[in-house]
Design a protein around this ligand. Structure first.
Ligand SMILES: Cc1cc2nc3c(=O)[nH]c(=O)nc-3n(C[C@H](O)[C@H](O)[C@H](O)COP(=O)(O)OP(=O)(O)OC[C@H]3O[C@@H](n4cnc5c(N)ncnc54)[C@H](O)[C@@H]3O)c2cc1C
Length: 496
């Protein structure tokens, strides 16, 4: 990997250790999977690329780019400061380094939720702002192929648990299949030999010229020194909350759409106890799973159920729970199931025979679920932190109830002695976040076009799930990677 030690320059450019200014065509902000692919593809296309990645040092999160946001349920409440930031990791490789990583393609319905719903049911939910993606699945498919080849996507070997759940799902007529996972959990190998200049710093502002075009970025080094770097194109790949915050701190709002339609997978689980049978949990992690898509998208008739979409259901290996996670598994466990024992003690003693099924349900876009800048809370440098306004809607609860019943059915069919589950919890800082920089055709209702190019800021491109108009009912990673690859390829051709 090509890195250049950077020295302080008194003017508005960066110099490398040899004293020469770094001349760069493109700045990429963030080197998670999206930024890595953008930087690699642009450099491959003959452009000079400088990628700027915040350094988290000994922590998961870097203080300038991921200060904990404040949270509130509705716009009339005062937001409360949080102890932690959005789940994830600041550093080269980004949050994918924490991921399984399961590697799913989205289905056609997820990209066409609005038109498919109108066509099948003749009406749309009145309290959601559904819009179709401005790209066809057929076009994305080509880039999914590229990503799957590059990151070696395929199923992991079956285990005692996944085989058991495979048989149970087949008995129910649900056509189970092994979950796809990427062998590569860190995409940074894609940068090897491509000459991308990597700067360990935090971008704090995107600079613009008199006609609104991008002219560069301001960045803060680990020692606190601030400098600027001139360039004509900035690709922001900072993940959802940091991306929205950076745009807003730079005065970039689109038509008051930046930060709107924020969404999350409010993931949930149902546990089952298999009465002393060893399910082999310690032999694999969450990338090893058997999946069912019968209750996802529009694969079943939604007439009268009170929600759209659903989720892929997965019986995943979870590895052995670390001590601090045991309490989570005990939530919802009744005294009958533990035969009178203390719930935590019982889980500790029986975890080898506990099997878990989990869901990542769709959440529909709502304008009021949003990210903006907090008017009072500041980060260590005095800049506003993000404020997240987020609540579950009645359809989120109905979708959860419906899916949890199917998950319980699945565990029962597999021979569970008893099942239990924690209540549904809103997860605005969870592992799968979406929206805030919605892509679309209309600049009045979207921030970027299908290539991630800002409608009203020449030279500004955003990649990542902040641009997704809908969530889909499965993980975002492979779609982030495929869309970024496509967009960077297009951008490289444009800039050459
Ligand atoms: C525990 C966990 C498990 C997951 N498992 C899965 C899974 O199995 N399957 C799946 O599909 N998805 C999974 N995800 C989600 C997936 O990892 C993320 O969607 C994906 O990593 C997002 O990629 P990204 O590049 O957009 O953002 P990130 O991976 O978050 O990377 C963004 C990078 O930008 C940097 N950055 C941000 N702001 C700045 C700034 N101003 N200046 C400089 N640098 C900046 C950050 O430090 C970070 O390194 C998981 C996530 C977590 C947290």
């Amino acid at each position: 990997m090509d890195t250049i030690p950077i020295l302080r320059d008194t003017k508005s450019s960066l110099v490398n250790s040899g004293g020469d200014p770094i001349v760069t065509d493109v700045v990429v902000v963030g080197l998670g999977p999206a930024g890595i692919i953008a930087a690699a593809v642009l450099a491959d296309g003959g452009l000079s690329v400088t990628a700027i990645q915040a350094d988290a040092r000994d922590h998961l999160r870097a203080p300038l780019v991921s200060p904990p946001p404040t949270l509130r349920s509705t716009a009339v409440e005062e937001a409360i400061a949080q102890a932690t930031a959005q789940a994830g990791l600041d550093g080269v490789g980004g949050s994918k380094r924490l991921a399984a990583p399961q590697a799913y393609r989205l289905d056609a319905w997820s990209l066409r939720t609005r038109s498919a719903t109108l066509s099948r049911y003749g009406a749309l939910p009145s309290d959601a702002d559904l819009t179709d993606w401005p790209i066809e699945l057929e076009e994305l498919a080509r880039w999914y192929d590229v990503v799957e080849h590059a990151t070696a996507v395929g199923p992991r070997p079956a285990t005692v648990w996944t085989e058991r759940m495979n048989r149970a799902a087949a008995t129910l007529g649900w056509s189970p299949f092994p979950a796809p996972a990427a062998a590569q959990t860190d995409a940074s190998f894609l940068l090897d030999g491509r000459g991308v200049h990597i700067v360990r710093a935090s971008v704090t502002e995107i600079l613009r010229g008199s006609t609104g075009e991008v002219t560069g970025v301001v960045l803060v080094d680990a020692d606190g020194s601030q400098r600027s770097l001139n360039c004509g194109v900035v690709v922001v790949a900072a993940s959802v909350i940091p991306t929205v915050r950076l745009l807003l701190l730079s005065g970039i709002t689109g038509a008051d759409v930046v930060g709107r339609w924020f969404m999350s997978h409010n993931a949930f689980v149902v546990h089952g106890d298999f009465d002393g049978q060893d399910l082999g949990r310690r032999h694999a992690g969450p990338a090893t799973a058997v999946a069912v898509d019968a209750f996802e998208g529009d694969r079943f008739d939604h007439t009268g159920v009170g929600f759209l979409g659903g989720s892929i259901l997965q019986a995943a290996m979870t590895g052995t729970w670390p001590p601090e996670r045991l309490a989570d598994a005990a939530v919802g466990l009744g005294v009958e199931a533990t035969r009178g024992a203390d719930a935590l003690d019982w889980v500790r003693a029986h975890q080898a025979s506990i099997g878990t099924v989990w869901a990542q349900p769709d959440q529909l876009p709502r304008r009021q679920n949003a990210i903006d800048l907090d008017p009072t809370h500041r980060d260590v440098t005095g800049r506003p932190v993000a404020r997240v306004t987020f609540s579950l809607a009645p359809d989120d609860v109905r979708r959860w109830e419906f899916l949890a019943a199917r998950m319980t059915e699945w565990l029962d069919a597999a021979g569970a002695r008893c099942t239990w589950m924690p209540p549904l919890a809103p997860q605005p800082l969870g592992t799968h976040l979406y929206g805030g920089v919605r892509m679309g055709i209309d600049p009045r209702t979207s921030a970027v076009d299908s290539y991630g190019r800002f409608h009203d800021v020449p030279g500004l491109v955003v990649v990542g799930s902040s641009t997704f108009p809908t969530t889909g009912g499965r993980g975002p990673l492979e779609t982030i990677e495929a869309l970024t690859w496509r967009n960077a390829d297009h951008l490289a051709a444009e800039l050459r």
